[in-house]
Write a protein that binds this ligand. Structure first.
Ligand code: PLP
Length: 283
């Protein structure tokens, strides 16, 4: 695989960053994961808008223009001949002696990018649906910033696997925040889609924004409010969204079946619409 590291393209064996990279020492870095379908990028502009926001919240400069970042994305996709999968981009504050204080403003950010080929449209999990467990949400208070500080989500996903499930839904004060790396939704018995509103409690999903818009256009009633685990267990359907899963049904929570325990009509319709519209508009 050809990767991009700090201005250079080369084989992944040579893709190395400094031990002084602040991403490595302090998780002082932000990232984006953009989906590739047919060699093109899904909702690249949405990812750029969030990237700019994450950088601003951490007082980091935008290291180059969105057009320049797009050109690197496109070159890596072409060099690696990726048809379907994802491209990861990380921007760290750069290299500096280890110090809790931020380094001087002229420290150069370090950009890293690589591709991962994998099936997305015909993903086995999308066809089967997910089993999730619930775990306490003990992450930090700025989950709206897409930092690489992902140890707890990684532990949560691992715990889910060990429990025979596919993912974890994180719970704060009895209310679901989101999944380990996706936003969480239920469909109530009266057909309303419910998902937690935007705040620093959750990541502002690019897919979430798109799916909410498409759902409303399609005439679904959608409420942005927190929901409890008990409500999820009584729901007709549950699902998640993320850049690389699109829309995926959740069939059970903590071993208890949601609705009839099958992929529901609302989530499968929203998946179709997302593929038609967002994937259809890829660049
Ligand atoms: N929530 C968390 C914690 C995530 O890590 C992610 C994506 O990685 C999402 C939600 C979904 O965001 P997006 O739709 O932008 O991929």
């Amino acid at each position: 695989r050809i990767v991009y590291v700090d201005g250079h393209y080369g084989p992944e064996s040579q893709g190395k960053v400094s031990i002084f990279d602040r991403g490595y020492l302090f998780a002082d870095a932000i990232y984006e994961v953009t989906c590739i379908i047919g060699g093109k990028l899904v909702d690249f502009d949405g990812h750029m808008v969030r990237l700019v926001r994450s950088l601003k919240e951490l007082d980091m400069p935008m290291p180059m223009s969105p057009q320049e970042l797009l050109a690197i994305h496109r070159k890596l996709i072409a060099d690696n001949n990726v048809d379907e999968g994802l491209i990861y981009m990380q921007i760290s504050r750069g290299n500096a002696d280890r110090d809790f204080n931020f380094p001087s403003k002229d420290t150069r950010p370090v950009i890293v990018m690589f591709t991962q080929a994998r099936p997305v449209l015909e993903s086995p999990l999308a066809k089967r649906g997910l089993k999730v467990i619930t775990l306490p949400d003990i992450r930090w208070g700025r989950r709206d910033i897409k930092t690489v500080q992902l140890l707890y989500p990684s532990m949560a996903k691992n715990a889910a696997y060990e429990a025979g499930a596919d993912d974890a839904w994180l719970v704060q004060d009895g209310f679901v925040t989101e999944a380990s790396s996706a936003n969480a939704y239920i469909v109530t018995v009266d057909g309303r889609i419910v998902t937690r509103g935007l705040s620093s409690d959750i990541l502002h999903g690019i897919t979430r924004a798109a799916v909410i818009g498409f759902a409303q256009e399609a005439g679904y009633v959608l409420k942005e409010r927190p929901f409890t685990v008990a409500e999820a267990l009584e729901a007709k359907e549950a699902f998640i969204t993320s850049a690389t899963s699109f829309v995926m049904s959740v069939l059970s929570v903590d071993g208890q079946m949601i609705g009839d325990g099958k992929i529901g009509p609302v989530s499968s319709r929203l998946r179709e619409i997302y593929i038609d519209k967002a994937v259809g508009a890829r660049i």
